[in-house]
Ligand binder design. Structure first.
Ligand SMILES: CC(C)(COP(=O)(O)OP(=O)(O)OC[C@H]1O[C@@H](n2cnc3c(N)ncnc32)[C@H](O)[C@@H]1OP(=O)(O)O)[C@@H](O)C(=O)NCCC(=O)NCCS
Length: 189
């Protein structure tokens, strides 16, 4: 996801996750270097496969391209300025339930809070973990001086779209594609 795609235009007030006592308490713990390396190892093939599926890259080149993009995005790895790489932990028992990457950068005189990635273990979904992480993000974004949160989501990621919509996120820009006749794979997205 590119931070350049942000600058959300939400005229609405950002949505607030509802307070529900049954939702699990979570905390974000910074990844160790080992966690981070494992997370990157998952991200590279995931992004490569996504780009192939969408018809942007060939299978033969995708892994190298994905690795190159990662190196460009995070030139100093885990120490890349402004970036945070966290495990999502259930505060009740300390178990890891997912992971998230986000960054906070000042651009044009304003703090820009951008969520790069959030992932909840498949067997633990629909229990409110992601919603709770977003509540945490809202607090942190406000503390860092940001007045909104930006993120990028693929148009066919129904679960993420449902989550963001429920939390009050609105579309702030759109990327458009027209497949030419010679395109053999993918759908316009
Ligand atoms: C998207 C994701 C992070 C959601 O995590 P989660 O912990 O399951 O989300 P929550 O339990 O907080 O869901 C809150 C609400 O979001 C909506 N939602 C979440 N997953 C949904 C699904 N599969 N179908 C429909 N609605 C969904 C629902 O409204 C849900 O509330 P409800 O369960 O009371 O109906 C998780 O599905 C995931 O890790 N997906 C794979 C990685 C990914 O796509 N990340 C986003 C990249 S942009």
């Amino acid at each position: 996801m590119s931070a350049d795609e942000t600058n959300a235009r939400d005229e609405r007030r950002p949505g607030r996750a509802e307070t529900a006592p049954s939702l699990p308490a979570v905390r974000l713990e910074p990844m160790t270097e080992l966690d981070f390396q494992e997370s990157v190892k998952r991200a590279i093939p995931r992004h490569a496969a996504e780009q192939v599926r969408r018809g942007f890259w060939t299978e033969a080149e995708a892994t190298d391209a994905s690795r190159a993009e990662m190196a460009q995005l995070l030139p100093q790895g885990r120490a890349t300025p402004h970036y945070h790489f966290c495990n999502i932990v259930d505060a009740r028992d300390g178990s890891e339930v997912g992971e998230t990457w986000y960054n906070v950068q000042v651009k044009g005189g304003k703090a820009q809070f951008w969520i790069d990635w959030i992932w909840i273990e498949p067997q633990l979904r629909r229990r409110g973990y992601a919603s709770q992480v977003f509540r945490h993000f809202e607090t942190e974004a406000a503390e860092q001086g940001a007045d909104r949160i930006g993120l990028h989501v693929l148009a066919d990621n129904d679960s993420a779209l449902a989550l963001y919509s429920k939390l009050g996120y609105v579309t702030s820009n759109m990327r458009m594609t027209k497949l030419l006749d010679r395109a053999v794979k993918g759908r316009p997205r």
